[in-house]
Design a binder for this molecule. Structure first.
Ligand SMILES: NC(=O)C1=CN([C@@H]2O[C@H](COP(=O)(O)OP(=O)(O)OC[C@H]3O[C@@H](n4cnc5c(N)ncnc54)[C@H](OP(=O)(O)O)[C@@H]3O)[C@@H](O)[C@H]2O)C=CC1
Ligand SMILES: O=C(O)[C@@H]1CCC=N1
Length: 266
């Protein structure tokens, strides 16, 4: 694999770097991580990654340049790196709400731009990543698909669904983490110490997810196996639905998608 430069070693950029090394696809020495100050890159350096506070220098020799800065930081970064780029490179943008056309409007229409929308589980190889492009050639799409398949599952989608992918998958991991936290809070209220309640809630959530991944069954089919007649499960489930459980989740995802669509122009 060629060199990869991740511009913006933050929550997702550093998670991606760690995931790529954990997968064995890249060595730490293959990856350059940037931030505005080298003093902010101590952990990255200690792990053996190349570090830089010069985005253009980092991008110049990279086969793949990942843009992992905030939407509001993107334009200046793109203006900084443009002179260092060549036509063979693949620009991967994980920046929410920014289209391939927005990137090419700054970097040049001839550039290969592919969007990726991972989540932070990428650090442990368990990301749900959606990728999309406007006109990248098939071989380069496959190359980026393979890269993200090394750190989780990948779905290639139309670009007009990327804000939806942001909400469901990138933001979505926070929604499920909050649900686990809520379950653990319920566990404390019914008698468990916080540590035990969290351990139980986490493993229960993992079991639910693994059930669906391994059986490919529908969630409601699996729920029907739990809800004994006149039992305690259906009592709890219906109480949650009376209080808007599913509706709250759906409304949150819809608002998140709406917000994701406007981040670049805020
Ligand atoms: N967090 C997530 O789960 C996901 C985030 N995304 C997207 O990824 C992008 C980054 O999000 P997130 O990682 O959460 O944000 P962070 O703020 O954690 O990361 C952004 C990083 O970029 C660095 N940075 C800012 N300006 C520059 C610059 N000019 N040159 C080099 N580095 C710079 C910051 O470091 P410093 O300020 O020290 O320079 C920081 O480390 C966003 O566009 C977001 O929409 C997409 C999917 C998931
Ligand atoms: O919250 C955000 O805007 C970013 C995009 C998806 C996850 N984090």
């Amino acid at each position: 694999m060629g060199k990869i430069a991740i511009i913006g070693s933050g929550n997702i950029g550093f998670s991606l770097a760690k995931g790529l090394v954990k997968s064995g696809l890249y060595q730490t020495s293959d990856i350059t991580l940037t931030r505005r100050s080298l003093s902010s890159l101590k952990e990255e350096a200690e792990l053996g990654f190349q570090i830089s506070d010069n985005n253009a220098e980092a991008a110049k020799t990279a086969e793949i340049v990942v843009l992992a800065i905030l939407p509001q930081q993107l334009r200046k970064v793109m203006e900084d790196i443009k002179p260092a780029l060549n036509h063979q490179q693949i620009i991967v943008s994980v920046v929410s709400g920014v289209n391939c056309s927005d990137v090419k409007a700054v970097l040049g229409e001839e550039k290969t731009v592919i969007r990726a929308m991972p989540n932070t589980a990428i650090a442990i190889g368990q990301s749900m990543t959606c990728i999309a492009t406007d006109n990248a050639e098939e071989a380069k799409i496959k190359q980026i698909e393979t890269l993200f398949e090394s750190v989780g599952s990948v779905v290639v989608i139309q670009e007009d669904l990327m804000t939806s992918a942001t909400a469901l998958c990138a933001c979505g991991i926070a929604f499920f983490l909050r649900a686990i936290r809520a379950a653990s809070q319920g566990g404390v209220e019914i008698g468990f110490h916080a540590h035990d309640a969290l351990k139980m809630a986490v493993q229960t959530a993992k079991g639910a997810a693994d059930l669906l991944l391994q059986t490919q069954n529908h969630p409601e089919g699996e729920i029907d196996k739990v809800t004994s007649p006149k039992g305690c499960t259906i009592a709890g489930l219906n109480e949650m639905e009376h209080n808007g459980f599913s509706s709250a989740f759906i409304k949150g995802i819809k608002l998140s998608a709406k917000k994701a669509g406007g981040l670049y122009n805020e």
